[in-house]
Write a protein that binds this ligand. Structure first.
Ligand code: 57M
Length: 359
């Protein structure tokens, strides 16, 4: 809104020209979303507590989690509200990528809300069935892929770090690849969200990284210099990433150990799907394996554990999966696990960004 209201006034005063600049709008998108989340999250904590929408006991959890019973969940709702208001305020709303990302947030947020709501209403922790949840995610991701490829005329070429010339055109297979990236990232973030701030921190690092990648992809000279895909219109995704970064940091203020609120599936599924969709839009899906490396490690720890458990008839590689539970059972304190995972997330993101020069 602000962009559409104030930028046209530059005809009367050159000062309004500043609202054209992506860097300016991104800086204020981060601050706006941060401020809104700092205001909305505590209000929601009271609302959620009033309804008893909180963590219920789960028998198979590490003992340390019993102290968390009663912590309100679904904190993803104020995250999404803060982000959406900020996007509507600071983004150029004629850009189709912005509406596509808002649709992603709403579809995956609704799936997560349905799961969370059923868990808290039934009080037995039973949300949607795995089939229901997965089916809804795949359908939503296919819709995003269709709107991208057919609606925006998006390229179906796949780009790789290090290899400039190798850009295979996946054609119709790109639909399935997009679904894999979006649904895979959404569920990987969901699994990671098992300790205070353990998902929120790396999500903030990831959105910050893709903020930079979107800027480079949307800047024709910079994309050419770095020999990465130029994606016309990706510049607005920078502002969107700023809104996500600000909202996550504002939520982290309350989700930091000891957490006053959890984001719930409404947060983890939507933020994970947004990260995957942004990676697709800026044509840096393969780099997501590094930037989102923590989410990949956590998800694979479960896959390896479940596979080994089935193959060996009940033996385990980790004391418990996802990986953060393994370290809990090894006696590491929760804050130590969380901060060490954040440090690893920062190292992975910096390594990923350094590959842009190594081509
Ligand atoms: C997603 N949810 C947290 C909170 C958060 C197939 C199997 C791998 C599925 C997997 C699973 O579905 N886990 C659920 C992780 C839960 O967090 C809620 O869920 C939202 C995110 N989805 O926002 O609302 C608990 O995590 C703790 N938490 C915090 N701070 C936070 O900021 O402390 C969350 C956020 C919360 C709270 O205690 O209640 C979760 O862990 O459930 N299942 C598993 O991951 C289980 N692993 C397992 O069974 N491993 C097996 C193998 C054979 C599959 C094994 O290794 O032997 C773990 N799930 C739970 N506890 N609950 C085991 C330990």
């Amino acid at each position: 809104m602000i962009y559409h209201l104030l930028y046209p006034l530059h005809k009367y005063w050159i000062g309004f020209n500043v609202f054209r600049y992506i860097t300016f709008r991104t800086a204020y998108a981060i601050l706006t979303a941060l401020l809104l989340a700092l205001i909305f999250v505590p209000i929601f904590i009271q609302f959620l507590k009033g309804r008893g929408w909180a963590k219920t006991e789960k028998p198979y959890e590490p003992q340390t989690h019993n102290g968390k019973i009663g912590t309100p969940t679904m904190g993803g709702i104020p995250i999404l509200i803060s982000m959406i208001i900020t996007v509507l305020l600071w983004c150029n709303l004629t850009n189709p990528f912005i509406w596509l990302l808002l649709l992603t947030a709403i579809m995956f947020g609704l799936i997560g809300f349905l799961d969370d709501y059923q868990k808290v209403k039934q009080g037995k922790g039973k949300g949607l069935t795995v089939k229901q949840k997965f089916g809804l995610q795949v359908l939503s991701a296919f819709l995003i892929a269709f709107l991208l490829i057919k609606g925006v005329g998006f390229s179906t070429k796949l780009y790789f770090p290090f290899f400039k010339k190798f850009t295979p055109d996946l054609g119709i297979l790109y639909y399935f690849f997009i679904v894999l990236v979006i649904v895979g990232t959404s569920n990987a973030v969901n699994l990671t969200d098992g300790l205070d701030g353990l998902a929120t921190g790396p999500l903030s690092i990831s959105f910050g990284s893709y903020l930079l990648l979107a800027y480079m992809a949307g800047h024709i000279k910079m994309a050419k210099y770095l020999q990465i895909a130029h994606v016309p219109g990706a510049g607005e995704v920078v502002v969107f990433c700023g809104a996500l970064l600000g909202a996550c940091l504002g939520f982290l203020w309350y989700n930091a150990y000891p957490a006053e609120v959890f984001m719930g599936d409404v947060g983890s599924l939507s933020l994970g799907a947004l990260l995957g969709t942004i990676a697709v839009i800026v044509k840096q899906e393969m780099l997501l394996l590094l930037i989102g490396g923590l989410f990949v490690i956590e998800a694979f720890s479960v896959i390896i554990q479940v596979a080994y458990f089935k193959i060996t008839g009940g033996r385990r590689i980790f004391k418990m999966s996802p990986l953060h539970h393994h370290f809990e059972l090894k006696g590491w304190s929760e804050p130590k696990i969380i901060v060490r995972f954040w440090i690893i997330g920062i190292i992975l993101a910096l390594t990923a960004l350094s590959t842009l020069k190594l081509r």
